[in-house]
Design a binder for this molecule. Structure first.
Ligand code: TA6
Length: 288
């Protein structure tokens, strides 16, 4: 582990050298590197690593609310809280073991959080780097109190790409989506692949569990596999929005694309004692 601004970061490495780094601040994955040490996630050169700012990059966890419609601040509070390492988590499902290189983090609401969102929960996050070098994240959210609650969630995944003009996303064709740029109106994706020529801010609904992102220049193909996360957020701020964001370089929108496994359209409701599990696994498909 190491400290950045007094916040603990944990480095996970697999036998071949692939690695991921997780911060206790926000339970946020900050880095995912190949065996050769290439960084696969984007972090803004102007990211602010100082609470209570969210860190612009890696994989912030948007919980218990995605977006800015609802009682809470944009994307909820989980990404701004200090999580703790849980040395003795309840056993996970056998196919969630993900090998030996993992860390279990735990977030429980503080008194202040309960004032904002009066629901007692335990959010257990396992982050692992698998033997194959994949980045795996398993979220388990349990309702601890005496009344049901609902939440939306997204793994806000900033993929590092060479050039947004030469990226295409597959797995979203024919889906309906809510367009955040058009008052969240519902449309249907007409294209047989998604490419980018301007700002995109959409929530694709009920997608398949595998999404592929082809980065033409680097010949990299990211594969996003998810379980329990029916929706996919696709976001690129493009030039105008990027210039207006203090924690993003003016030209850096060209090197990032958010493709987030999420549950947004139909928030998840948990009865007391009930637990929800959401899984995300990112892999790099060797260039064909
Ligand atoms: O990705 C969807 C979105 O809600 C965008 O509208 C944009 O606001 C982005 O998330 C980043 O949000 P943030 O609060 O991290 O600046």
């Amino acid at each position: 582990t190491r400290d950045r601004n007094g916040i603990e970061e944990i480095l996970l490495r697999n036998p071949r050298g692939a690695s991921t780094r997780v911060s206790l601040y926000g339970g946020q994955v900050l880095s995912w590197r190949t065996d050769q040490g290439e960084e696969l996630l984007f972090t803004s050169s102007k990211a602010i690593f100082k609470p209570p700012n969210p860190v612009r990059g890696g994989i912030p966890i948007c919980f218990p609310q995605f977006g800015n419609r609802g009682a809470l601040e944009q994307h909820g509070f989980a990404r701004k809280k200090l999580w703790v390492v849980d040395g003795n988590p309840p056993p996970l499902h056998p196919n969630d073991s993900y090998g030996k290189s993992f860390v279990d983090l735990l977030l429980k609401p503080s008194e202040d959080d309960l004032k904002m969102w009066p629901h007692s929960f335990e959010f257990r996050l396992r982050v692992a780097i698998t033997a194959e070098g994949n980045l795996a994240m398993v979220s388990r959210i349990r309702n601890i109190n005496c009344k049901p609650f609902s939440f939306s969630i997204a793994y806000h995944t900033y993929l590092s790409i060479s050039d947004i003009n030469e990226v295409r996303v597959e797995g979203l064709e024919t889906l309906d989506y809510l367009d955040n740029l058009l008052r969240r109106e519902r449309f249907t994706e007409q294209g047989d692949t998604l490419t980018f020529e301007s700002e995109v801010d959409r929530v694709y609904l009920s997608s398949s569990d595998v999404i592929s992102v082809f980065d033409h220049q680097s010949k990299r193909t990211f594969q996003i596999r998810k379980k329990g996360l029916p929706d996919v957020v696709v976001w690129n701020p493009w030039e105008k929005k990027a210039k207006a964001m203090a924690d993003l370089g003016d030209e850096e929108y060209k090197q990032m694309l958010c493709v987030d496994g999420a549950a947004i359209e139909k928030p998840i409701t948990l009865k007391p004692g009930e637990e929800w599990t959401g899984r995300l696994e990112l892999s790099l498909i060797p260039s064909s």
